[in-house]
Ligand binder design. Sequence first.
Ligand code: ADP
Ligand code: GLC
Length: 482
Amino acid sequence: MNILLGSSEIQPFSKTGGLADMVAALGKYLGEAGVHVGMVTPLYRGLLEQYEGIQRTERTIDVSLGARIERARIYEFQPSENFTIYFVEHVHFFQRSGIYGEHSHDYADNAERFLFLTRVLLKLTFELSWKPDLVHIHDWPVAMFPAMLRQALAEGTVTEPPKTLCTIHNLAYQGLFPASQVSLANLDASYFTPAGMEFYEKMNFLKAGIVYADYVSTVSPAYAAEILTPEFGCGLEGVLAERKDELSGILNGVDYAEWNTTKNKFLNFSYNIDRIAGKAKEKKQLQKDLGLPVEPKVPLFGMISRLVEQKGVSLLIEALQQSLNHSMQFVLLGSGDPELEGMMQDLQERFPDRVKVKIGYDVGLSHRIEAACDFYMMPSRFEPCGLNQLYSLRYGTIPIVHAAGGLRDSVIDEAESTEKATGVKFHDFTSAAVLEGIYRGMAIYKKPASLRSYRRRAMEADFSWERTAQAYIELYRKILSE
Ligand code: ADP
Ligand code: GLC
């Protein structure tokens, strides 16, 4: 089976969130399962300097962007057998310091940048030395692919098309652009209608993906159901409902080769379920390094996140203002909305001995926080899958989550099964419910036997990518057989 993936991010080369982790692992584990995999992604600034393995090729690709022709050069990198990454170089579009924007502002030419990427993906589909059976696109940046493919077929410029799968990682980001930019897509006027990619007079990339792909998927079964409702559908629930027979969810996995507590270059100590002492040492070291009082017996809560409305940050701050009057510590690593960053910093000023806020992006520190904490907070309003709760489980850090999307699918609460509980789930999206979740965490912490059994079950939970990759292979087979 030959699969070509398209994504604007891939870890470790480029990352703003879980999308990057997911597609990197998907490529790797499909390859390990014997699938021939390619991935098309931009060559962002600094990659050539950082990764010697990325090789320049003689392949250039010219594509139309409105009335202009723009040229890409292809670079290649082979992270593992069966898996090749095709990096798309375009100095003006991709040699920038951000992926989608800088200083909380999107680049003004994002429609052009990602239409260009998608056109290159289309050309490569038909020009590679191997023939993709299916092109699997991820999120809005490449979601115009099925529409472009369809038009190319109608024009007769290509034959024997691959099937297409459009995976939605987050419906809140749709790639919405003014109608004045429609001509950049070089699509027939018939695509820009309410039945196609038009969304209230704007051009909507993700909607085009949903309408024109052979199949649509999301990153958890619960989110696949939620997005059919007005509460979570972000205005596209009607369009999705029309595709509900070709819509399903597959829960992401964890790449345990990267996210583990025994062979991890970012951690100072190694630990596992049977040798848990290293976890307490990580806690002590983190408290020391961050300047928190070194208190082995005070429960440490943590969070690593993009600071955006989706993640429930304001509710968490409200809840913490109450709970921090009790004995606990909280550490946050994140960046995003300047207002939420400021609110977090205010909390730190108010509780200097109990709260540490690190604004920024730091992969090493994210592993250390996962390892050091006793509890991990994830009060997301919605969460298509969420990766940090899965990482937390493996690190023996009990997740406290809002029961939404992938959080609902991956954490087991005591109310569901006392013998299987791995974390704390709350159902209302209110600060009172978050507070209640924190208090339930504190109660677990007070009973060492209970804490030990939660940790054991959490660390034993298995979300390995082998299984997720198999689920995708089955889905590809199903799509290919139709
Ligand atoms: P989303 O993709 O919506 O941001 P996920 O839970 O799927 O949420 O994935 C987030 C990923 O980004 C995780 O790997 C997390 O560790 C990482 N991450 C988020 N913020 C930071 C940060 N400030 N520093 C390091 N890693 C971060
Ligand atoms: C998105 C979602 C997140 C998911 C990730 C990877 O960024 O917000 O929930 O885990 O994609 O699929």
